[in-house]
Design a protein around this ligand. Sequence first.
Ligand code: PAF
Length: 280
Amino acid sequence: MQIIQSVNEMQSHAIGLRSSGRLIALVPTMGCLHEGHLSLIDIAKEKADKVIVSIFVNPTQFGPNEDYDKYPRMLEADIEKCRERGADIVFNPPLNEMYPDGYSTYVDEDHITDGLCGISRPQHFRGVTTVCLKLFNITRPDIAVFGQKDAQQCAVIRKMVSDLNIPAEIVIGPTLRDEDGLATSSRNAYLTPLQRTEALSIFKALTIAKGMVDEGVRSVDRVIAEITHTLSLSRRVRVIYVQIVDRDTMKPAREILPGKQVITVAVWVEQTRLIDNILI
Ligand code: PAF
């Protein structure tokens, strides 16, 4: 497995791979890799000849009071995990090559980013779309693999790729959960054992909600009320939002239409912000 840090070297290597006819898959990450990320590498390996895992903690997607500084960084362990999982290249660019002094160009998606996480994290998706377009331009992927846990991010990236005619297929891997049901996330590392137990109410609430939909409940208000109630039983959990939205537009649903929507939840578990969702 190669480890490439220089942006220019990565770009010329990717151009070379493409011209020799190799299919490239990119798995963009911010490191602190867990089984969720590794399952995306597995998907990438099935679909492409060369798998690039990018590891870059992207400052432009963090708000001023967010956890950029304390975001867990464990490059050596991440590289080892990528090697064991069979990635071909780890691309780990330095900050000053991704955002040199005087950097001033950003990508904005205008509609999908309006609601949900876009409300409490106003600059977040602009940072995500910007860095993903840069990573796409540097690594030239035929396929880029993202995780369903970030449902709004997936919708925004799909829209950017379509709107900007980016020649890459976006593949979404399912949310991976620990045995207790908690969705894998790098931010789970912040949770104390007690907070983690409380965080289990997220998946419990989503499972109850999915059960209601499967049994024929079509009232958005009823399902949201049930989720909110279940979450409220955990003292350390504070709801940021609970919404049922269209999978593509992320606009709130008026009634439940199975097969087209996703139930999305964001909460604070004390100081840790967690998101999760379930397709319905
Ligand atoms: O999902 C993430 O880890 C990040 O938002 C991404 C896609 C790597 C962009 O920094």
